[in-house]
Design a protein around this ligand. Structure first.
Ligand code: PH2
Ligand code: MG
Ligand code: MG
Length: 170
């Protein structure tokens, strides 16, 4: 494969069906060698947002180094969602795993398949709370605010700490 410069990518993970911790855990485990995770936030249990008549989510944010271009990485992530067991439902509906790209360096991209930074991350305490644990001073390249500042403007009521660790052998 051709060599691309390494980029930092930040991903939001969510699961509200099946073994939620195992579903989250499967993501950093499956990403090497083209993407390697170097930071994992704690895990939060969060009230469903958008469509409320469904089980509570576990949410986490992870950061990695990748040699894949954004759309190549997106294709990999969509494939991984299916490998973990995701089946099609409706918008904001329940899922075994959701992997959303939040940032790819400070790239600003608007394409039919991918918008970077993620267009709704600044409204979502279930994303900003774990994101602030690993990257509080990260500045949003469009909104020009830090993650800490964005989080302060959201309602964190439905976001509860769940676990620091996600190990299968505890
Ligand atoms: N994801 C959604 C819709 N609603 N709510 C919570 N709490 N957590 C999520 O990850 C989530 C959601 C669409 O991706
Ligand atoms: Mg999502
Ligand atoms: Mg998604």
């Amino acid at each position: 494969m051709s060599h691309h410069p390494t980029a930092t990518v930040i991903l939001a993970l969510g699961s509200n069906l099946g073994d939620r911790m195992a579903n989250l855990r499967a993501v950093p485990a499956a990403l090497p060698p083209y993407t390697c995770v170097f930071a994992c936030s704690p895990i939060y249990e969060t009230e469903p947002w958008g469509y409320t008549d469904q089980p509570a989510f576990l949410n986490q944010v992870i950061a990695g180094k990748t040699r894949l271009q954004p759309l190549t990485l997106l294709r990999r992530l969509k494939k991984l969602e299916v490998q973990i067991g995701r089946t099609p439902t409706f918008r904001n509906g329940p899922r075994l795993i959701d992997i959303d790209m939040l940032f790819y360096n400070d790239l600003i991209l608007e394409s039919p398949r991918l918008t970077l930074p993620h267009p709704r991350l600044h409204e979502r305490a279930f994303v900003l709370t774990p994101l602030a644990d690993i990257a509080p001073e990260l500045r949003h390249p469009v909104l020009h605010k830090t993650v800490r500042e964005l989080l302060a403007a959201t309602d964190r009521a439905g976001v509860k700490f769940y676990s620091y660790l996600n190990r299968s052998n505890l």
